[in-house]
Design a protein around this ligand. Structure first.
Ligand code: AMP
Ligand code: MG
Length: 488
């Protein structure tokens, strides 16, 4: 969708800064097809000019000209504190194709770069590229990654690294932070434009409501509640759930120090810089709720157009209270389907929670254990599940398995049917940190084959893919505590 707010208090013209001698690191043909880029037999663009465009070196390819690249302003709360003005410090919106926005991340300084260099390093760009595509294949709403372009241009982080540009696609990159920005300036005209734009393009059903802005808030909040439930269900930790990284469309955006759980530790912290564990796995739902409270308070003046301040607060507060209810319902739905339960029974939530507690106590691999459960049959015995050996308290897991098998008796589907459904929600392959790290290390030696292999595997996360079996294994012991910092 075109970002059709105009004026230098909203966005700034931002031509990308070229990088020397760009080359392809990875490319996503399925995203290219979404925006109509013609591909050659090698599944890279037919028109070589696209490499230049996606490197930020030129503005035309494939008969298209991106004549108005911009960066936008937003503000936000970082780690719970008001951070003031931020903005697209290294993201440039090239334009839109087929109603999808095309952004370059790492294409040089913008008006909002502050002290930053506007660049992204190859390491973090590989992670963003692979994870965007992996999340999409898992069925989780996310920005998509079109291409990853590298260059030998040096970029300083803790050490010297090289630059990359990741091009990403979404219907819109509008964030909670955009609302907070205009609310902090008490700019109701802009707030209203932002809300009206979202309603017109993405939430048209709100127009039928006599409280369209309240309804908009309700929908954004519901989408993000469901999104975070999906994260929990695949063991995804975002790592930096600041309000400027929360999408107004309920998409996963801004991949940084994210991590998928290997062994299940409910309080796992994936971001090495998150000392207090604010964004730990088990805190994500309440943090998302907190971010929705930031959005509610930013949208308060919009309700104030029709209501007294007190009424507006009451309306938003009671809508905000729906968040945990929607989240819990979605979480239960997802985990029930992970267990292959089609019907609903009173004890289901307790059954799921007991399993998670047992997995936490024994640090069992989250992905592989859920995947293994589909091997159980209605007439199985607990000891037949090999993975029970991974639990320290054998008696406890056997009791759980017995209760689970007992619960399966009231399911109408056959064992085969249930297995089929379970294997469509419990992935075999996730982007484990050690896999990403191995691909990064090779890529830093100019070998991009591992990035592309991972891309291929992760696009079919629910398929067995026997030749890639070893990619489903937990990390070797020395790679378990791989730390990922905010530096990117
Ligand atoms: P993040 O934690 O990646 O969401 O970034 C927070 C803010 O810092 C955003 O406004 C980014 O655009 C900005 N930022 C991060 N890295 C850079 C960089 N290398 N150059 C300029 N701005 C950056
Ligand atoms: Mg960000």
């Amino acid at each position: 969708m075109p970002f059709n707010l105009h004026g230098d208090d909203v966005c700034q013209p931002t031509p990308p800064t070229p990088i020397p001698n760009p080359y392809w690191v990875a490319f996503s043909p399925s995203v290219a097809r979404l925006i109509g880029i013609e591909l050659g037999a090698d599944n890279f663009p037919n028109d070589p000019e696209w490499l230049g465009v996606l490197a930020g070196n030129q503005l035309n390819a494939g008969g298209l000209t991106f004549s108005n690249p911009i960066s936008t302003v937003y503000s936000g709360h970082q780690f719970g504190s008001w951070a003031g003005q931020l903005g697209d410090g290294r993201a440039i919106l090239l334009g839109d194709i087929n109603n999808l926005e095309l952004q370059l991340k790492g294409a040089g300084r913008t008006h909002y770069s502050r002290m930053g260099d506007g660049r992204a390093v190859l390491r973090s760009s590989i992670r963003e590229f692979l994870c965007s595509e992996a999340m999409h294949a898992l069925g989780i709403p996310t920005s998509r990654a079109l291409a990853l372009v590298g260059s030998k241009q040096a970029v300083r982080r803790e050490t010297m690294e090289t630059a990359a540009v990741c091009s990403r696609i979404a219907p819109s990159f509008i964030r909670v932070g955009h609302f907070e920005h205009f609310a902090s300036l008490q700019n109701i005209v802009r707030l209203k434009e932002l809300a009206d734009l979202l309603i017109a393009e993405f939430y048209p059903e709100c127009l039928a409501n006599k409280e369209p802005y309240l309804d908009l808030f309700k929908e954004i909040s519901a989408r993000n509640a469901k999104l975070v439930a999906q994260w929990q269900s695949v063991g995804f930790c975002h790592g930096v759930l600041n309000s400027d990284n929360i999408s107004a469309l309920g998409l996963t955006i801004d991949y940084g120090p994210f991590g998928f759980l290997d062994q299940f530790e409910i309080d796992h912290i994936c971001n090495h810089s998150d000392h207090g564990g604010r964004y730990a796995y088990h805190r994500q739902p309440q943090i998302m709720h907190w971010n929705m409270a930031c959005l509610a308070s930013a949208m308060l003046p919009l309700l104030g157009l029709e209501h007294s301040a007190e009424e507006s607060q009451d309306l938003l507060r009671s809508t905000l209270e729906e968040f945990p209810v929607i989240y819990a319902k979605e979480w239960q739905r997802l985990f029930r389907s992970k267990l292959g339960l089609q019907s609903k029974e009173d004890g289901d939530t307790a059954l799921i929670e007991r399993l998670l507690q047992a997995m936490h106590d024994s640090k069992v691999d989250f992905t592989n254990f859920f995947r293994s459960l589909s091997n159980l049959k209605k007439d199985s015995k607990p000891i037949e599940l090999m993975q029970r050996n991974e639990f320290i308290d054998r008696e406890n897991i056997d009791q759980w398995l017995a209760d689970y098998i007992n619960r399966l008796q009231s399911e109408v589907l056959s064992d085969e049917e249930r297995k089929g459904l379970m294997n469509q929600v419990n992935p075999k392959y996730i982007l484990r940190n050690h896999l990403a790290q191995a691909a990064i290390e090779k890529a830093q030696q100019d070998d991009f084959s591992e990035v592309q292999t991972l891309q291929q595997i992760l696009m079919q996360p629910f398929d067995e893919q026997e030749v890639f079996e070893h990619y489903s294994k937990p990390p070797p012991v020395d790679m378990q505590a791989l730390a990922v910092s905010c530096s990117s």
